[in-house]
Design a protein around this ligand. Structure first.
Ligand code: UD1
Ligand code: MG
Length: 452
C-alpha cells in the first residue's frame, strides 16, 4: 500500500472503427463485463485516489457506464481525436489538482491488473518522473518501440516513424504510463505533433523527461496483460486469456471444474466451497453459487443466486433475477426468470417458471408452466410451501396457490387455490378474456376478426 495520492486517467475516446460495430469499443464485454469495467476495476480505489475518464463526443453510454461503476469518476470529452497526449490533456482540470501519481491507462486493455499499476507507481516514490509499461511482443508490428541506451529508456518510437533498425526492437510500449503528478502537466504541455501522423503522441513524454534532466524507467509485464483490443479477433483473444485466468482462480479456490476449458465464467462469479461444475456450462454476470452445489452439463446461468447443495441441470436455463434456496433442484429443460425457490423446492423437468415465488419443499411436476405474460404485462405467481403441482399444469398469472395445495395433472389454474385445497381444473377458459380481446384488436388494427 502507498500513502501517495493518485489520479488515474483512462483514455476511452477512440472511435473503435475496426470493431465494425455500433457499440462503442470499450463497452464490448469480456467475461460478462464491458472492457471499460475491467480497466476501472484495476485502477486504484478508495481514499486518496481519483479517477478521470476521457470519452468521445458521441459516447454518453461510455460516460454512463463509467459513472455506474465509479460514481466518483470525473468524465471529460475529447472533442477532436488528435492523439493520446491530446486525450490526456482533456482531463487537464483533474491533472492540475496535482495528485502525487498520475496513471494514464488505455480504456481498451481489459487484462491489466491492479498489481501492475501499483508496481508502476513505485519508481515515482523513488524520484523518477515517468514509468512506462513495457512488454516483449511476439510480433511488435504496430507498437511503439522502447529505445534503450546504456540501460536507460531514452525514447519511444512509433511504428510509422521508426527506422528499419528500430523496428527490430521487440520491447514495446504497452500504453500505460505513470507520471510524477506534480510535474505531469509541465511535461504533457511540451508534447508537440511533429510526426508522420501529425498527432500529439503521449510517447514523446519520454524524450521530454530526459531533456528536462529527469528519469524515465521501464516496468515490464507479460504481453497477455496488455493486449489492446482493436478488432473482434483481439476481443476473442482477450476473452480466451480472461477465461483461462478465471478457470485457474476457480480451481485454486477449490471449485471442481470437470473440464475447465469447456466452462465459461464471468469476472464476478462467486463460489462457495465444494462446488462442482460439469462440462459445457456457461455462467454469465452476477452469479453466486453456494457450498456444495452442483451445476450439471449444458446449463446457462446469469444473474442468479444458487443456494447450498442445490442441483442445477443438465440443460437448465436461469435467466436474470432468480434466487434458488438451499437444496433446491432445477432439472433438465427448465427455464427460470425472476423467481424465488425456497429451500428444498423441486422443479425437475420441462418447466417455465417466471415471476414466481415458490414456498419451501413444494414439488412442481414436469411440464408445469407459469403463464406470466398476457401479451401486455407480466404477472406474478405465488405458490405456497409444501404444495404439489401435477404435471402439465398451466398456472395463469396473476394467481396464488396456497400452502399444501394439490393441483391435479393437466390443470389450467386461473383462480387462486386456498391452502390445502385440491384443485383439478381442466377448463380451457382463462381469466384473460379482456386481455385476449385487446390483443386481437391490436393485431387486427381494431377490426373485428372473422369468426371461424
Ligand atoms: C498506442 C501507443 C503505442 C503503443 C500502443 C499499445 C501512442 C502514440 N502510441 O498506439 O506506443 O505501443 O498504444 O497498444 O500513444 N485515444 C483517445 N484519443 C485519441 C487517440 C487515442 O482517447 O485522440 C485512446 C484510444 O481510445 C485508446 C488509446 O487512446 O484507448 C490508444 O489509442 P490507439 O489509437 O489505439 O493507439 P495505438 O496506435 O494502439
Ligand atoms: Mg491501440
Amino acid at each position: 500500500m502507498t500513502d501517495r495520492t493518485s489520479l488515474t486517467v483512462v483514455l476511452a475516446a477512440g472511435e473503435g472503427t475496426r470493431m465494425r460495430s455500433s457499440l462503442p469499443k470499450v463497452l464490448h464485454p469480456v467475461a460478462g463485463q464491458p472492457i471499460l469495467v475491467h480497466v476501472l476495476e484495476a485502477a486504484p480505489h478508495g481514499e486518496g485516489t481519483s479517477l478521470a475518464v476521457v470519452v468521445g463526443p458521441d459516447h454518453s453510454a461510455v460516460e454512463a457506464e463509467a459513472k455506474r461503476l465509479r460514481p466518483d469518476a470525473a468524465t471529460f470529452i475529447q472533442r477532436e481525436r488528435l492523439g493520446t497526449a491530446h486525450a490526456v490533456l482533456a482531463a487537464r482540470d483533474a491533472i492540475a489538482r496535482g495528485a502525487d501519481d498520475l496513471l494514464v491507462v488505455f480504456g481498451d486493455t481489459p487484462l491489466i491488473s491492479a498489481a501492475t499499476l501499483a508496481r508502476m507507481r513505485a519508481p515515482l516514490k523513488e524520484g523518477a518522473a515517468l514509468a512506462v509499461l513495457g512488454f516483449r511482443a511476439a510480433d511488435p508490428t504496430g507498437y511503439g518501440r522502447l529505445l534503450i541506451e546504456s540501460g536507460k529508456l531514452v525514447a519511444i518510437r512509433e511504428q510509422a516513424d521508426a527506422s528499419a533498425e528500430e523496428r527490430k526492437v521487440t520491447l514495446c510500449n504497452a500504453g500505460v504510463m505513470a507520471f510524477d503528478g506534480r510535474r505531469a502537466l509541465k511535461i504533457l504541455e511540451k508534447i508537440g505533433n511533429a510526426n508522420s501522423k501529425g498527432e500529439y503522441y503521449l510517447v514523446d513524454a519520454v524524450t521530454i523527461v530526459r531533456d528536462m534532466g529527469l528519469e524515465a524507467v521501464v516496468i515490464e509485464t507479460s504481453e497477455d496483460e496488455v493486449r489492446g483490443i482493436n478488432t473482434k479477433a483481439q476481443l476473442a483473444e482477450a476473452e480466451a486469456v480472461m477465461q483461462a485466468r478465471l478457470r485457474k482462480a476457480a480451481l485454486e479456490a477449490g471449485v471442481t471444474l470437470v473440464a475447465p476449458e469447456t466452462i465459461f465464467l464471468a469476472a464476478d462469479t462467486k463460489f462457495g466451497s465444494d462446488v462442482t461444475i460439469e462440462p459445457f456450462v456457461v455462467i454469465g454476470p452476477g452469479v453466486t453459487i453456494g457450498d456444495g452445489a452442483v451445476i450439471h452439463s449444458f446449463s446457462h446461468i446469469v444473474q442468479s443466486s444458487i443456494g447450498k447443495k442445490a442441483l442445477i441441470g443438465p440443460f437448465a436455463r436461469l435467466r436474470p433475477g432468480n434466487s434458488l434456496g438451499d437444496g433446491s433442484k432445477v432439472g433438465n429443460f427448465v427455464e427460470m426468470k425472476a423467481s424465488t425457490l425456497e429451500a428444498g423446492v423441486k422443479v425437475n423437468h420441462l418447466s417455465y417458471i417466471g415471476d414466481t415465488h415458490i414456498g419451501a419443499k413444494t414439488n412442481i411436476g414436469a411440464g408445469t408452466i407459469t403463464c406470466n405474460y398476457d401479451g401486455f404485462a407480466k404477472h406474478k405467481t405465488t405458490i405456497g410451501a409444501g404444495a404439489f403441482v401435477g404435471t402439465n399444469s398451466s398456472l395463469v398469472a396473476p394467481v396464488k396457490i396456497g400452502n399444501g395445495a394439490y393441483i391435479g395433472s393437466g390443470s389450467v389454474i386461473t383462480k387462486d387455490v386456498p391452502d390445502d385445497a385440491l384443485a383439478v381444473e381442466r377448463s380451457p377458459q382463462t381469466n384473460r378474456e379482456g386481455g385476449a380481446r385487446r390483443y386481437r384488436e391490436l393485431k387486427t388494427g381494431g377490426k373485428k376478426p372473422k369468426e371461424k
